[in-house]
Design a protein around this ligand. Structure first.
Ligand code: SF4
Length: 709
């Protein structure tokens, strides 16, 4: 156990994908002091409002401290670990034996540590035989994964954060980085001041980020692909292509350029399709064409779309066409939402991936099977998040284990999926909190998980940097780390030797060894150099960027500056996008579009950030942003209340009339839920229309109407 006088412990922030290093010190009263770690290369000591307020979120108020089960009358009762673990193991075994492995599913989270994620994925995919394991990262960056795999042959972010310091032009697409990736945004603003870096922001809303832009393009929802196709055509027309890079390292350019011309026509057509001013679009195109060092960052405005993968590839296309990737100050850059979205991708936490970035080809499946000595290896892709919850609605999935996430709030059609959870025969939740909407939707078994500050492991940030999260508080009650909980269940299922981990370092070494197993250099993700890490070295591990190959000194690798893609012919692929637009049409009944997103000072469903009064003060209640014209047309006024209705549900918000809100579009934050603000669960309003390639749902453009209350 930790002494209450512990010196500062170096750890990593549990919120966004920037992955800031933190120093946490605990005083004699047990109160934690949080500060930025000056030595951490993601933040060099900086923290945003959420990170700095972490010390206010550590109380045990509302903590789940003991295993619990639900009685027949619906109440929760305390039980012991042995009973709870046996209930889970026996329940899973019964359902797999009776209905087959596909009747079970795990729903994981970008909040989990890599070690937790690895063990959960190994159990279900290798030992229970189901690939129905997906994660809330599906709602976050699955389109980037699919776009990377199409263009690069692997899920690789080519650049590093330092590129933001070294760029002359930074383009932010669908990203309110000032609120959602604040420390990176500070880095961008520093580059503006010190280097004169120009900033272009492409977003339907005039956000805090847009306020600092040299050029703001208020694009219409769904039209990013048209804009970037227009840019590709412009680059060709103005001879701003990198012909030698295209010829030497890529394939498919001529066909994709022809397709881009079809989609965008010319700059004027691209501008009008995007609802933009032609002169402003021309300025952007010209700036992009004449600036060699360009980083294009994109986030949920691109990913959370039924055409998210095409948007990602339309952005990557212009970087391939100019050879602007893998060199200082340039490249397409996916900003991941969660602290360990990347780690989840690395261990195969998505239903369409195996561990260590491998897919479900027969050779990859066999490789993982042999490495794990797995008795019941899943052989094909499983159900992605929305499909998984639809299978629960239909009754074909009978057992669900949710870890570290709150899908009853965050999924699209959340109200319907919340109700569907009642159909489960076995509903297990690993959580830190005693009550949230998912637990209260009828979980049968509650397993108390260790929280941030109480557990050890690793996370990977947006630039592929693996950082340690370290414990600085004792574990309260009977809470245990998730890797331990899953391993104990696995052992009760008879898989003792494969899950005989005694500490997170054991799991990490195995994860690293698998990444290097039969890796002939064709797999980007390689941690072979960490596979034999001693326990002490794991404890002391400095933040390190992958790849970390055996026998090679780790560094800060950029990818693809000189080709060497991970496709079969080692060439980067230009990808032709489908026709741009948004999936569901507006109508007389639903004439507006509901856009959803984050606020500056809250995180997900507020189970942690909601504990800080300081954070709560920034935006204390759920608001809907409405353009003045839409407000006057619908008779609602600033500061009043309005009901937002979509085909999937209704919710009540206080109205904020903002000229920065686009006409025809309203915006509401994702954080509130049934339990924190009755009738303000935005997930319940959103449609469940998925990108066919990535499975990521469209969370930015649900047809809606707004009425005064
Ligand atoms: Fe944490 Fe992200 Fe803020 Fe850094 S920028 S302190 S990782 S929330």
């Amino acid at each position: 156990s930790l002494s209450p006088h512990s010196p500062a412990v170096r750890t990593t922030c549990p919120y966004c994908g920037v992955g800031c290093g933190i120093l946490a010190a605990v005083d004699r009263q047990g109160d934690a002091t949080i500060s930025g770690d000056p030595a951490h290369p993601a933040n060099f000591g900086r923290l945003c409002s959420k990170g700095s307020a972490l010390g206010e979120t550590l109380s045990l108020d509302q903590r789940l401290l003991h295993p619990m089960f639900r009685r027949a009358d619906g109440s929760l009762a305390r039980t012991g670990w042995d009973t709870a673990l046996a209930k889970v193991a026996n329940g899973l075994r019964t359902i797999v034996d009776r209905d087959g492995p596909n009747a079970i599913a795990f729903y994981l989270s970008g909040q989990l540590l890599t070690e937790d994620y690895y063990v959960a994925n190994k159990l279900i995919k290798g030992f229970l035989g189901s690939s129905n394991v997906d994660t809330n990262s599906r709602l976050c960056m699955a389109s980037s994964v699919a776009g990377h795999r199409r263009a690069f042959g692997a899920d690789v972010v080519p650049g590093i954060y330092r590129d933001l310091d070294e760029a002359d032009l930074i383009v932010l697409v669908g990203s309110n980085a000032a609120w959602c990736h604040p420390v990176l945004y500070q880095r961008i603003i520093a580059a503006k001041k010190e280097r004169g870096t120009r900033l272009v922001v492409i977003d339907p809303r005039h956000t805090a980020t847009a306020a600092a832009a040299d050029l703001f393009l208020p694009i219409a929802s769904g039209m990013d692909t048209a804009l970037f196709c227009g840019l590709l055509a412009y680059l060709a027309d103005t001879r701003a292509l990198n012909d030698s890079y295209i010829a030497e390292y890529t394939s498919g350019f001529a066909d994709v350029l022809a397709r881009a011309r079809e989609i965008a026509g010319d700059a004027a057509a691209a501008a009008s399709a995007g609802g933009l001013d032609l002169g402003e679009v021309a300025r952007f195109f010209e700036l992009f064409a004449r600036t060699e060092r360009v980083v294009t960052c994109y986030s949920q405005g691109v990913n959370q779309s039924a055409q998210g993968t095409d948007k990602v590839n339309a952005i990557i296309n212009v970087h391939l066409a100019t050879g602007r990737l893998g060199r200082p100050g340039m490249g397409p850059f996916s900003l991941t939402g969660q602290p360990n979205a990347m780690g989840g991708r690395e261990v195969g936490g998505l239903a369409n991936q195996l561990a260590a970035h491998m897919g479900f080809s027969p050779s990859e499946t066999d490789r993982v099977r042999r490495f794990w000595n797995a008795p019941r290896m899943a052989a094909s892709e499983g159900l992605k998040a929305v499909d998984m919850f639809e299978a629960i609605e239909r009754g074909t999935i009978k057992a669900l284990w949710v870890m570290a996430t709150n899908p009853a709030v965050s999924l699209p059609r959340a109200g319907a999926f919340r109700a569907a959870l009642k159909k489960l025969e076995l509903f297990i939740v690993s959580e830190t909190t005693l009550h949230n909407d998912t637990v209260d939707a009828g979980a049968h078994v509650l397993l108390p998980a260790a929280a941030w500050g109480e557990k050890d492991g690793t996370v990977t940030n947006s630039e592929r940097r693996i950082s340690r999260q370290r414990a600085f508080l004792p574990r309260p009650g009977e809470a245990q780390p998730d890797w331990w909980i899953v391993s104990e269940v696995a052992q009760r299922l008879g898989f003792e030797s494969a899950f005989a981990y005694r500490k997170p370092a054991d799991v990490f070494r195995e994860h690293a060894a698998l990444s290097a197993f039969e890796n002939d250099g064709r797999r980007a993700f390689d941690l072979g150099g960490l596979a034999a890490l001693a326990d002490d070295d794991y404890d002391q591990l400095d933040a390190v960027m992958w790849p970390v190959k055996a026998g090679v000194e780790p560094g800060e690798a950029r990818f693809f500056g000189a080709g060497a893609f991970f496709t079969s012919d080692r060439r980067g692929r230009f990808i032709a996008p489908g026709h741009p637009g948004v999936r569901a049409a507006t109508s007389d009944a639903f004439p507006l579009r509901l856009n959803t997103g984050r606020l500056r000072d809250q995180w997900h469903t507020m189970t942690r950030s909601g504990k800080s009064p300081r954070l709560g003060a920034h935006s204390p209640e759920p608001m809907v942003d409405v353009h003045p014209d839409d407000a006057s047309r619908t008779g609602i006024s600033d500061g009043g209340f309005a009901k937002v209705t979509t085909p999937h549900g209704g919710a009540v918000f206080r109205v904020c009339v903002r000229s920065g809100q686009q006409r025809g579009s309203i915006f509401a934050p994702i954080h509130w839920s049934y339990s924190t603000a009755a009738d303000a669960c935005v997930g319940a309003l959103a449609m469940a229309e998925n990108d066919p390639l990535s499975g990521q749902p469209e969370l930015k453009a649900t047809p809606a109407r707004v009425e005064p209350l």
